[in-house]
Design a protein around this ligand. Structure first.
Ligand SMILES: Cc1cc2nc3c(=O)[nH]c(=O)nc-3n(C[C@H](O)[C@H](O)[C@H](O)COP(=O)(O)O)c2cc1C
Length: 199
């Protein structure tokens, strides 16, 4: 699969932990136009990486629930996600998602900075329509990524992004987006303090 032809789609990935519980994390795999092949690229050190290398199984979800993405990105889900009662062994489908894809890794390459798992789709489903594009949802998604990189990025870089995107949330967001945005802002503050204290 040629990587250059593939877009990234941001969504939620569920994998199964060694104890049988479910791990939920935002991931941005590369995907072809018809969503038949996925290239997952987890960083070593994440639970997702560990689970994928052990099981080679995951469920990817297309969703507009940016509040769940925000919370899961920083490992602080405020309520336990619900899953469809009937899923194949080792797979867990988030019941609030728009679409889901059950993935099985056919090729696993751990030679790079991130692992690269080329996956085929073994099952898929559509549960509800996607809300649609909106700048507030995009801003929350972007800030969620920045919140996972507080230890890598400068304060100025993150503050500039916040100043640029805050009006988008104010102008176009609903209560969910505003709540998710505020949650991420306070998480970033906490992470900055933790980074300062550990250096
Ligand atoms: C929109 C979005 C996309 C992300 N994509 C990836 C990705 O492709 N690979 C990765 O390793 N981390 C990615 N992350 C960061 C992980 O979600 C984050 O490190 C998370 O804490 C990993 O959780 P885990 O340890 O439960 O797997 C992404 C985060 C967001 C918000």
């Amino acid at each position: 699969m040629s990587e250059r032809r593939l877009r990234i789609v941001e969504g939620m990935l569920t994998t199964q932990n060694a104890d049988g519980t479910v791990n939920v994390a935002p991931m941005g795999p590369r995907v072809d136009e018809s969503f038949t092949q996925f290239l997952l690229r987890p960083f070593p050190g994440s639970r997702t990486y560990e689970n994928l290398l052990r099981t080679r199984q995951a469920t990817f979800h297309v969703t507009d629930d940016v509040e769940m993405i925000a919370q899961a990105a920083v490992g602080d889900l405020h309520k336990s996600p619900e899953f469809l009662a009937e899923s194949d062994e080792g797979y867990h489908v988030l019941s609030g998602c728009c679409r889901w894809y059950q993935l099985e890794a056919a090729v696993v390459d751990t030679s790079g900075e991130r692992a690269a798992l080329t996956c085929r789709v073994t099952q898929q489903g559509h549960l509800r329509d996607f809300f649609g594009l909106n700048r507030a949802k995009h801003a929350v998604l972007e800030l969620a990524i920045l919140a996972t990189r507080v230890h890598l990025l400068s304060t100025e870089e993150i503050d500039l992004a916040i100043a640029t995107m805050a009006p988008w949330v104010e102008k176009t967001g609903g209560a969910t987006e505003v709540r998710a945005w505020e949650f991420l802002i306070s998480t970033i503050q906490e992470r900055r303090i933790a980074v300062r204290e550990s250096s």
